[in-house]
Design a protein around this ligand. Structure first.
Ligand SMILES: Nc1nc2c(ncn2[C@@H]2O[C@H](COP(=O)(O)OP(=O)(O)OP(=O)(O)O)[C@@H](O)[C@H]2O)c(=O)[nH]1
Length: 345
């Protein structure tokens, strides 16, 4: 009997829809991993599979060849998925779990591809409870469920990472948020309770920043902020905690640095920012810095920051583009900070 519509077209349309869905799913995973381009190799594999399906449906109808071809292509897509998630997806539990499920799905599809010439005579065999069909249908259903659960974990992990980034990284400058800086302070405090070490802080304020905004506009002002932050970051050690204190003010935590070292560091930062050329429409600028040190017994950063703020106020009053120490540090700094302005607060 010659198969007629829908017997002929429906399986073809169903297989095409399944391949399209798998490709869209693969593309979604690629985007999740930050890969924007399409997977050309997989697109070619799907196109060839569709051609083969057309051939084995209309030109040389052959049911088992269709099943083998379709299973092979699906196995390829699952293998690609597994490779992406396990190799490029990082260490997240959701990625690893989903990647392992995809690898299992690939094995199931390969098993079906290899066994179909012996186990499936025609499409009615799909409904027979043969061992291969039971394994295939049962494991396929279970794996689809597990993959969906893995994807939910992947999405929640991504959301958690995004919230963590928003809470710890300032969106304009990329420096620490105030909240993250405070956490760093308490972490350092706990560390120096065990291993006593000096701990200093700086408050850094861009000079005349209101003029930059007024003269060039807020977008240029934002770019200046970013450039200053990058310059500070490059001039600091990786262990120093640079955070945005608010507006055009930055705060730096300097673990294991004494007052003299902190003052020298602040002078270096002043010089690095002042040396920035005005180019590409960005004006140059300078910063003023107040430096203070943690005192034993202080369990929160506010007193240290208040002293740094007072020193910053004096740096501004003394003409800007300079660093000042607070009163308690004056004596030691007088020795080391030749050429810098050291004022009593
Ligand atoms: N473009 C931009 N401007 C900001 C941002 N945050 C704060 N500002 C601006 O920074 C300016 C701070 O100005 P002021 O506090 O008067 O200080 P200043 O002009 O830098 O003067 P001094 O600090 O005394 O040297 C204000 O105009 C704020 O609007 C920001 O994220 N982007």
């Amino acid at each position: 009997m010659v198969p007629t519509w829908p017997h002929l077209h429906l399986p073809m349309a169903g297989n095409a829809a399944l391949l399209l869905a798998q490709m869209l799913y693969l593309q979604g995973t690629r985007q999740h991993l930050g890969m924007a381009q399409h997977d050309r190799a997989m697109l070619c594999a799907c196109a060839l599979t569709l051609l083969g399906l057309l051939l084995f449906t209309y030109v040389w109808p052959h049911y088992r060849a269709r099943v083998a071809l379709m299973s092979f292509c699906m196995a390829l897509i699952y293998a690609r998925h597994a490779w992406l998630l396990l190799r490029q997806g990082g260490a997240g539990l959701g990625m690893r779990f989903t990647g392992c499920c995809q690898a299992l799905m690939c094995s199931i599809m390969m098993l079906r591809c290899v066994s179909s010439p012996w186990t499936l005579n025609d499409s009615s065999a799909q409904l027979m409870p043969t061992p291969m069909q039971v394994i295939y249908v049962g494991s396929f259903s279970l794996m689809v469920l597990l993959i969906n659960m893995g994807q939910l974990v992947m999405v929640s992990e991504r959301l958690r990472d995004e919230y963590r980034r928003l809470a710890t990284q300032d969106s304009l400058t990329g420096s620490l948020t105030r909240h993250a800086w405070l956490e760093l302070f308490h972490h350092e405090l706990a560390r120096l309770q065990r291993h006593p070490q000096p701990l200093c802080a700086m408050l850094i304020d861009i000079d005349w920043f209101k003029n930059v905004n007024d003269q060039y506009g807020h977008l240029v002002g934002d770019q200046v902020l970013r450039r200053v932050c990058q310059t500070l970051h490059a001039a600091l050690r990786p262990s120093d905690g640079l955070g945005r204190y608010g507006g055009e003010e930055f705060v730096v935590l300097l673990p294991a640095v004494d007052a003299q070292g902190a003052l020298r560091c602040a002078q270096r930062l002043c010089a690095a920012v002042a040396e920035l050329p005005s180019n590409q429409g960005l004006p140059g600028c300078t910063v003023s810095i107040g430096v203070s040190a943690w005192r034993p017994g202080e369990s929160c950063p506010e007193p240290m920051l208040a002293r740094a703020d007072a020193a910053l106020y004096l740096a501004k009053a003394q003409g800007r583009n300079r660093a000042c120490l607070d009163e308690a540090l004056q004596d030691s700094a007088n020795v080391a900070a030749a050429g810098s302005t050291v004022l009593a607060v």
